[in-house]
Design a protein around this ligand. Structure first.
Ligand code: AMP
Length: 597
């Protein structure tokens, strides 16, 4: 097995990586460290972010520079100030046991004078963003004539951000005999052109497949109506109570809207976008880095500088226009050998985009169903129970209060205590998802199904849509059996069981008034009930869909359309009811006449 020791690094660096807890070199380090140390040509490395590239170039460069010479020997370019600071900090950590090494980061949005002051100390390593470096070159405040290594980190990002011209100016400002190490997550044409123009005898290495996503990332997608994106997002978050992720939006406005809605709905979220001032952006990023924030809603540009390793999820609230942006987004999870999930919320017309991205990243995407309200409630319930099981109990502190607590609760049986404790948090989910509709819409037919006629497919889709759109929703019904006729919940349930002969019909939320009883039933069972009562001649009770009460309309945001449809359907059932009344009358007449014959 390759170790840092047998890669030829000096003992100071080995001690440092040991201290940082790096046990073995990562694949990019196994390839790049010996190459930089032993070869003389340039390098083009296709490597995702989070694969350990900073140490891959940082360790051998620290090993190679002459700490006694007070000259800038290494220039590292990074697309954002955050990455710039990150690289400089990483290098300082690797160099912590070396003496005489000075590393200076220079980046925009910060006082240039203090950076100029640091540059006068002739650091051996300068880490810079292109714009600020150009400014310093123009002011003649940075000396690049002894640069023997130029590193272009996240080169594709630098081009995406419009730094091509700056990059070319910088490439012309460093000595021709330097070695160039170019790192990029993707290899667009413009990078190949830069490499051809400014690099010599370059060796190309690829960590992972060209344009591929990290192996540690699972790609999944959910298909919903475009108008249901936000509801789907909430369900994805709710089914993953431990989520720590970034939700990518296309525009600043969308970012603000989604973040505001999430905050208003009680999620631990915030927005990161270009309309924020630098201190505001720093504050949001810091909160996210230290996990004070669980969900960051961001534009691609704003999230560029964010370097976080433990993201569980990256969520594409909208698919990006560019497949390379998808690669960047998803590369933010599954880093440093951890597993991650890249989620895309799409609408039906975007399936082709998913296929296109699949081809590019060479990964198959898994279609998942947006979780139902019931799934979420179950997950949240068990999450709470797990938290309770694993909570650390501070016996010393809590023991003094417990006798009072025990005394206060002594009248409650254990089951009741558990029930109440669980309800404290859980009621919120139960209430919210009480009337949750199914947000899924069926996929387009697969290739195997293409031989079916369009008519057949339309018919199947309609049936599927009907089935899926109804399941899980609750609908309010009424029956003309009220307190005046001695109705009770038990009598109602007995009557329904009797008429339908189906114990699986799920009735709840029973409300009895003088003349009527109202109750909730699953939408797909409501039709079964209507039919059973209609067909049954033994009962004079009639069942119908209740008018939507104001309270229910409030709960029923999600189920509103279905509710309206059901009411329309109920209207058309009126003629059937008229028939039933006529038939009942006829039966009575027949019975009467039978008695007399
Ligand atoms: P990078 O791609 O350079 O941003 O690195 C991603 C993360 O991997 C950083 O947090 C590094 O500290 C960490 N890392 C780099 N090399 C190793 C290694 N050999 N073993 C464990 N973690 C590493």
């Amino acid at each position: 097995m390759t170790t840092f020791k047998n890669l030829g690094l000096c003992t100071e660096l080995i001690t440092a990586v040991d201290c940082l807890g790096f046990e073995n070199p990562m694949p990019v380090q196994e390839q790049v460290i010996p190459f930089v140390m032993n070869e003389t040509c340039d390098l083009i490395a296709l490597a995702q972010t989070g694969t350990g590239k900073t140490a891959a170039f940082g360790l051998p460069l620290l090993n190679l520079i002459n700490s006694e010479k007070k000259q800038t020997q290494v220039l590292i370019l990074s697309p954002t100030r955050e990455l710039c600071i990150q690289i400089a900090n990483d290098l300082k950590n690797y160099a912590q046991y070396m003496s005489g090494i000075k590393i200076v980061p220079v980046y925009g949005g910060e006082n240039i004078i203090s950076q100029i002051r640091q540059l006068t100390e002739q650091p051996q390593i300068v880490v810079a963003t292109p714009g600020r470096l150009i400014d310093l070159i123009n002011r003649k405040k940075v000396k690049l004539d002894h640069v023997s290594f130029l590193v272009l980190d996240e080169a594709d990002e630098m081009l995406n951000m419009g730094f091509q011209e700056d990059l070319e100016t910088i490439l012309q400002s460093v000595p021709d005999e330097r070695r160039t190490l170019l790192f990029s997550a993707t290899m667009p044409k413009a990078i190949e052109q830069i490499a051809q123009k400014y690099m010599r005898d370059s060796k190309s290495i690829s960590i992972g497949i060209r344009n591929s996503g990290s192996d540690n990332v699972e790609h999944i997608y959910y298909t919903v109506q475009a108008a249901n994106r936000y509801l789907a997002l909430k369900r994805i978050v709710d089914i993953n109570p431990d989520i720590y992720g970034i939700v990518f939006c296309r525009t600043r406005q969308e970012t603000k809207d989604v973040a505001e809605k999430l905050m208003r709905d009680g999620y631990n979220a915030d927005a990161l976008h270009g309309d924020l001032s630098q201190p505001q952006r720093d504050s949001v990023m810091n909160k996210f880095r230290i996990r004070n924030l669980q969900i960051l809603v961001a534009t691609d540009v704003a999230a560029r500088g964010l370097d976080v390793n433990d993201l569980t999820h990256v969520i594409n609230y909208n698919l990006p226009d560019d497949v390379e942006i998808y690669t960047h987004r998803s590369g933010r999870t599954g880093r440093a050998n951890k597993k991650g999930i890249a989620v895309s919320i799409i609408h039906t017309r975007e399936h082709n985009r998913i296929r296109e991205i699949e081809r590019m990243v060479k990964k198959q995407f898994k279609k998942e169903n947006v979780p139902s309200g019931l799934d979420i409630c179950k997950r949240q319930l068990f999450y709470q129970i797990e938290r309770m099981e694993h909570v650390q109990v501070n016996d010393e502190k809590i023991d003094q209060f417990l006798p009072h607590v025990f005394k206060k609760l002594e009248y409650l049986p254990k089951e009741d205590i558990i029930r109440r404790f669980v309800s404290l948090e859980f009621n919120r989910f139960l209430d919210y998802y009480k009337n949750a509709v199914d947000l899924n819409i069926p996929d387009k037919p697969s290739k195997d199904e293409n031989h079916k006629s369009q008519k057949e497919r339309n018919c199947e889709n309609r049936n599927n849509r009907d089935k899926t759109s109804k399941r899980g929703q609750r609908i309010r019904m009424k029956i003309n059996f009220g307190a005046k006729q001695n109705a009770s919940p038990r009598a109602i349930l007995g009557l329904i069981n009797d008429i339908t002969n189906d114990k699986s019909i799920n009735i709840n939320n029973i409300e009895i008034s003088d003349k009527f009883t109202f109750f909730d039933v699953f939408a797909d069972q409501s039709e079964q009930l209507l039919n059973a009562f209609y067909r049954n001649n033994r009962t004079s009770f009639e069942i119908d869909i209740a008018k939507e009460s104001k309270k229910q309309r409030q709960y029923n945001n999600e189920g509103h359309n279905f509710y309206e449809n059901a009411r329309k359907r109920a209207k058309s059932d009126k003629s059937q009811k008229r028939d039933k009344r006529r038939r009942n009358k006829l039966n009575k007449k027949r019975t009467v006449s039978a008695k007399f014959t």
